[in-house]
Design a protein around this ligand. Structure first.
Ligand code: HEC
Length: 119
């Protein structure tokens, strides 16, 4: 067997391990902090035109961090227990920071906002 074969094979393997520098990366032998240039972008969001009434302040406080007023106002009429389940779902599934003690007031406000409960 050719005595150079294992060496050539090793060189081929090592050749595949070559590490390429990414842009902005420094080569200081490690240890020193690297400089990363962070950037920002701007975008224009649509202007909110739909607002909740002042009487629904508890809903604004607890729901509009994640939802538009429109999402709240365009739901079908629900029964109080369905709203309660919805609020619980927001807390458990989506980690909404809603105090459980506010649930009855929220449910009442959601029902009132819809002009009464579904039957
Ligand atoms: C931490 C963020 C967060 C908060 C706060 C929050 N929600 Fe949600 N909500 C979500 C996510 C995420 C979804 C699922 C995606 C979607 O439909 O927008 C959702 C979905 C919904 C839906 C659509 C039906 C469903 O179950 O998926 C309704 C209705 C709703 N939320 C009502 C509310 C109400 C009322 C409140 C206030 C009591 C509230 N949400 C607070 C995150 C939140």
């Amino acid at each position: 067997m050719n005595r150079a074969a294992p060496i050539i094979a090793l060189l081929l393997v090592l050749g595949g391990c070559q590490r390429y520098a990414t842009p902005g990366e420094t080569h200081d032998g490690g240890g020193a902090p690297q400089t990363i240039a962070l950037g920002s972008q701007s975008m224009t969001l649509p202007t909110e035109t739909v607002v909740l009434p002042a009487s629904a302040e508890i809903i604004s406080t607890n729901c509009t961090a994640c939802h538009s007023a429109e999402l709240i106002l365009t739901q079908p009429k629900l029964k109080p227990e369905q709203w309660a389940a919805e609020v619980t779902k927001m807390r458990t599934a989506y980690k909404a920071a809603i105090a459980e003690s506010d649930d009855p007031k929220l449910v009442a406000a959601l029902v009132a906002l819809q002009g009464g409960a579904a039957r």
